[in-house]
Design a protein around this ligand. Sequence first.
Ligand code: ADP
Ligand code: MG
Length: 291
Amino acid sequence: PIQQVVGAVAQYQTGAAALARIEEARRLPAEPASAPAPLPLPGAEPAAIAFENVRFRYADDLPYIHHGVTFTVPPRGMTAFVGPSGAGKTTVFSLIERFYDPGEGRITLDGQDLADWDVSGLRSAIGYVEQDAPVLSGSLRDNLVLGNPDADEADLLRALKTTRLDGLVDRLPNGMDTLVGHRGTKLSGGERQRVAIARALLRRPRLLLLDEATSQLDAVNEAALRDTVADVARTTTVLVVAHRLSTVTMADRIVVMDAGEVRAVGTHRELVTADPLYAELAATQFLASTG
Ligand code: ADP
Ligand code: MG
């Protein structure tokens, strides 16, 4: 990681871009092994993802976190992951990004083992919005172009529109060039997460991974987030670790996880009657305690 950081500082012109690379390097434990002849990940079509009996632990001397996780996500649409804190939801995303590789079982993208794809190609096809996605000081524009330095004005406006931030930009004194404060403190939590989504969308991801913020959102931000996810899911495969009933109820499928296992998969209507844990989570509106 140190070498990546030094390299990044030399490579990038702006401090903000270097910070983003540092952020990326920080969360990469190690470069995963590539296949002898990695396949370039082509295309722009929404991706299909499948876990096949995945067993995983973070280290050999640590207990297993996933005990045979299996689910299938077809291209397009929204899949919500719900379950108590520690169930292994965020770990699903770390494995898809190949921050780690499963000990046993298989994860496939478009039917091909993740390890067969070129790692940088894989990562550039994925938009990953972490639970506390970083918004940096600088302008809103600076924060957006981190996602894709080649994005033009029309791309930026489109991403802002999709994330329902266009109204905010109209109200800001200097529009997109308004400074957002240290770590984005001039934005609300809901706006910061949507800025992070807009940044991810500028890469035209084939797969969007969204780890929803656990903090409470006001009604306006909650509606904006829900509409954003619904929009993106029309053209991209969207996986959401969800903490809000408003997100979950519109999912095409919900994967209920508990203690490293998939308990049930279904729609909200199906699961409310079929799965007591889901019914309980839904009754408490998945309040922030679900982690
Ligand atoms: P969830 O998102 O459902 O709350 P996580 O996937 O974050 O659950 O975590 C599942 C389990 O894995 C937890 O017990 C957590 O402490 C453990 N864990 C998460 N990240 C790491 C890590 N980097 N190293 C070791 N253990 C971890
Ligand atoms: Mg989590």
